[in-house]
Write a protein that binds this ligand. Structure first.
Ligand code: DX5
Ligand code: ZN
Length: 216
């Protein structure tokens, strides 16, 4: 199981410092939540801020765009040194085209699903996806409770992926903590986002170790 700490839960007055601290705490990933206040009820940071932040090359960056009509700014986001880009299926009409644009820019392309969005929305797409991001809270804020039915959704998705012999990874985002990460892993997730469970703790390094240990 890989853990991707979410910068949304970090100290926004000290983002560069927070990024350095999480890299030295042993994380190999960092999750970047872009929220526009329209698609989801919060405002985080956008492209102009992300272009200025300093990311150590040791961190694989996961970009999660919670913005309406992401195609308007997608080309610029693709100039960032990110590894994965997830678009919400609820946020745009021609998502297949945008997934291809992401893959042509040599990034891994993913679709994010809100809690109430059915897995059937992945029909015709799943084979072509590098990852699926299952939202286990309604998007917008860090520190919410994991929605229990997400476990079944992850399991159903893992079964669908194994039936097509797909290599699509499952990323789970929202309310992940030391009490539920093992079940999430058992259901079939390979990457877990952790906001409050890492940046919300005093000692990031210890929090990161605790999460990893809880998967064993
Ligand atoms: C919610 C974001 C999540 C959030 C996770 O809209 O997509 O990435 O920051 O935070 P926690 O782990 O605290 O739920
Ligand atoms: Zn996220």
């Amino acid at each position: 199981m890989e853990i991707s700490p979410s910068l949304l839960s970090a100290d926004f007055g000290n983002l560069n410092q927070e990024i350095q601290t999480i890299a030295t705490a042993g994380s190999s990933r960092l999750h970047l939540d872009v929220i526009d206040g329209v698609f989801a009820p919060n405002l985080s940071f956008g492209i102009a801020m992300l272009e200025k932040l300093v990311f150590p090359p040791s961190l694989a960056l996961d970009l999660h765009l919670m913005i309406q009509a992401p195609e308007i700014s997608l080309a610029r986001y693709l100039t960032l040194p990110v590894t994965t880009v997830c678009l919400h299926i609820e946020s745009t009409i021609h998502i297949h085209r945008h997934l291809k644009t992401i893959q042509q820019a040599n990034k891994q392309a993913g679709i994010a699903l809100n809690p109430s969005t059915s897995l059937t929305s992945l029909d015709w797409l799943l084979e072509e996806l590098d990852l699926v991001l299952i939202m286990s809270v309604n998007p917008g804020f860090s520190g919410q409770q994991f929605i229990p039915f997400s476990l079944q959704k992850i399991e159903d998705l893992a079964n669908r992926i194994s039936k097509i012999n797909g290599k699509t990874k499952i990323m789970v985002d929202g309310g992940v903590n030391t009490s539920n990460i093992k079940q999430i892993q058992a259901a079939g997730a390979s990457i877990c986002v952790a906001g409050a469970a890492v940046f919300g703790q005093k000692d990031y390094k210890q929090a990161f170790i605790n999460l990893q240990q809880a998967t064993r």
